[in-house]
Design a binder for this molecule. Structure first.
Ligand code: FMN
Ligand code: FE2
Ligand code: FE2
Length: 400
């Protein structure tokens, strides 16, 4: 079944692959509709490939490619983003396409150096550059941080086709890849946006502004349906999602107090901190035990908060894994400079403190400079001090 090649325009063909079996993507993303790795062949005087596919799917990909051209005729391989779900096939492609040059942003080429592991013909491109394909032209559009620093968009002028890799994509697999054949995939689109692109909404809006002047008849993404109609609607809808997100997140003066606690000692500290913080007018407090919290809820809380107080006991010389989860869902681009502190109970060595502070600093949050760690059970006599810790933190958050 997955042998199909799909026409986008007279000179652009989809040669991607379907991945129906996948159930989780990048370890954390549920992919209940499967996904696709979209790659495109541009049949111009200078034959060009845009993106490749995950290495695992090389065989079926190569077969499709050879149906369209002799790979030694390929002159350009455009890489809009170097994550291995798109760039994984490059090592093998370079072997069968010895006359091809890889075009990508400077950071894309740097990332590829460490993925491919050997020298390869290359040319760095940047926003505004024109790539001459003989009878066709490609314009490069700057679109960084969507969702890696390496990303760009490319636009095939004569055909009015925009290549965006992950942007405007979705994990969605269907035998008929055309958008007007796949049925409604709004929830897959929304989920992909929420998990992959939403944190970078600021950058997405900049990219959308840059593509506004273009006449676009097809958006060729890296995953999911081929957007061969309704391009403006999708762009408008996405712009709105980004604007809504930016308007709502983070919520001003919202403190997330997130903790785990085996015996309730760290929990007591968290509650007393919350009590103290609540004395400050105008702050919103989200106090939560995150031991069993699902990842989506946790990610949303992290996203929403404008400041963090994170609590963990020390267990086996370590903080607890739920706190690693918290840090894994932060992104320095979005969360840097949010005020942060940490607290917890420990028995003797208390390693969690250093680990929490280390992570806070690594992620470029604004570490408050104060932590609050107590041995075993917080006693009545400690309560005032703990409340004061919370109150002082909240005062800074509220700007008083
Ligand atoms: C399995 C286990 C391992 C622990 N390992 C450490 C440790 O390596 N260092 C330390 O300071 N405390 C250690 N502790 C002690 C806890 O940090 C301490 O009991 C703390 O008060 C628990 O707080 P909680 O009730 O908020 O979980 C350990 C406790 C348990 C149950
Ligand atoms: Fe990606
Ligand atoms: Fe991707």
């Amino acid at each position: 079944m997955d042998k199909q090649i799909l026409k986008i325009t007279d000179s652009v063909e989809w040669i991607g692959v379907l991945d129906k079996e996948i159930t989780t993507f990048d370890i954390v993303m549920e992919t209940k509709y499967g996904t696709t790795y979209n790659s495109y062949f541009i049949n111009a005087e200078k034959k060009t490939i845009v993106e490749t596919v995950k290495e695992k799917f090389w065989d079926v990909y190569e077969e499709k490619l050879r149906k369209l051209c002799d790979p030694s005729e390929i002159e350009y391989i455009i890489v809009n983003h170097t994550e291995p779900d798109h760039a994984g096939g490059l090592r093998k492609l370079l072997k069968i396409a010895p006359n091809a040059k890889i075009l990508g942003s400077t950071s894309a080429l740097r990332f590829l150096k460490d993925q491919i592991g050997e020298e390869f013909p290359q040319q760095a491109v940047r926003g505004g550059d024109i790539i001459d394909l003989g009878n066709k032209t490609i314009e490069v559009i700057s679109a960084p941080n969507l969702h890696w620093p390496d990303s760009i968009y490319t636009y095939l002028k004569e055909d009015k086709v925009l290549f965006t890799c992950d942007s405007f994509g979705a994990h969605f697999c269907h035998d008929d890849m055309y958008i007007n054949k796949v049925g409604n995939y709004d929830d897959a689109y929304q989920y992909y946006f929420d998990v992959i692109l939403k944190p970078f909404s600021k950058f997405f809006l900049q990219a959308i502004e840059r593509i506004r002047p273009l006449e676009i008849e097809a958006i060729c993404t890296g995953h999911g349906p081929l957007i061969t109609e309704g391009c403006q609607e999708i762009i408008d809808k996405t712009e709105k999602l980004c604007q809504e997100y930016i308007a709502q997140y983070p919520v001003k003066n919202r403190i997330l107090i997130a903790y785990v606690s085996a015996y309730g000692f760290t929990k007591t500290i968290a509650e007393k901190i919350a009590e103290g913080a609540a004395e400050v007018q105008g702050v919103e407090i989200d106090l939560c035990d995150i031991e069993k919290m699902d990842i989506g809820t946790l990610a949303d809380k992290i996203d929403k908060a404008s400041a963090y107080l994170l609590g963990s006991p020390t267990i086996n010389q370590n903080m607890l894994p739920q706190l690693y989860q918290v840090f894994a869902h932060m992104t320095p681009i979005r969360d840097k400079d949010k005020l942060a502190g940490c607290f917890g109970s420990y028995g003797w060595s208390g390693e969690a403190e250093k680990q929490l502070i280390g992570n806070i600093e690594n992620l470029k949050l604004n570490y408050w400079g104060n932590s609050l760690f107590l041995k075993f059970r917080p006693q009545e006599k400690d309560f005032e001090r703990i409340k004061t810790y919370g109150k002082n933190f909240a005062l800074i958050v509220s700007g008083c």
